[in-house]
Design a binder for this molecule. Sequence first.
Ligand code: GUE
Length: 295
Amino acid sequence: MTASRIDGKAAGVAVRERVAKGVRAFEQRAGRPPGLATVLVGEDPASAVYVRSKNRATAEAGMASFAHNLPDTTSESELLQLVADLNADKRVDGILVQLPLPSHIDEKKVIATIEPSKDVDGFHAMNAGRLATGLDALVPCTPLGCLYLLKAELGDLSGLDAVVIGRSNIVGKPMAQLLLGENATVTIAHSRTRNLEEVVSRADIVVAAVGRPEMVRGHWIKPGATVIDVGINRLPTDDGKGRLVGDVAFDEAVEFARAITPVPGGVGPMTIAMLMRNTLVAAHRRAGLADPENL
Ligand SMILES: Nc1nc(=O)c2c([nH]1)NC[C@@H]1CN(c3ccc(C(=O)N[C@@H](CCC(=O)O)C(=O)O)cc3)C=[N+]21
């Protein structure tokens, strides 16, 4: 069997087009566009690229974009003050503080300072707790994008065996919560899991989010399973440009899976699309409007 490639780029474009329509409708009703503020501290080139593409996507969706690029000498209290200012700014519906932050800044403190109704990353404990207890929440963009691709591929996930490899607050844990919400049987595996191969080989759905290049081998995959690869690992190449690979050995896994996301062009573009979606949803909730439909 040769797996189909799940086209996250195309799915992301489709979501962003629906968001853009929703933005126009919101603006008619609220008299202002939804707004997203991004905060980048320091000069990490990869972070700068990601934040730029988020700002571009925001403008393309017709939303107001407020980009704050700060030097890596920014103190923690200066950053907390900026977040407080953005919390109070009525034009701002979403606040994204790009991670990782420089080591002299406590990420936990920064996340805890973001107003939960503007936390479009879904990282605040309020949103994590609301997701875990089945209340309306802002849900982290990457797992939300993964769930979107899974439902597009499989429809109903009820009763399926899902394995999430990785237990981060950003991907693994919220991914598991979302799958549980869809009535999948969920296993969370991690670096201490014994016999990972055997655990993976039982799964109808594999979500790999460990950050270790090509760690999941093709023969681990149950024939006909669906594989979502969250990893983005840059490997060195002779020409110095580097090559992106996921956490799954793609060329092997296509021989076993029913469908699989490539890297790049899989989960990454969906993350940005879901950030646009979350910003539109946050704008509606903050304006006292019902959630937009069909996103
Ligand atoms: N507060 C915060 N929120 C985030 O959502 C967040 C963050 N910090 N820090 C870094 C990670 C990483 N991230 C990506 C988003 C899009 C792609 C993406 O679009 N990737 C493309 C291109 C990859 C490339 O060429 O580098 C692809 O996979 O096809 C990748 C990675 C969001 N993150």
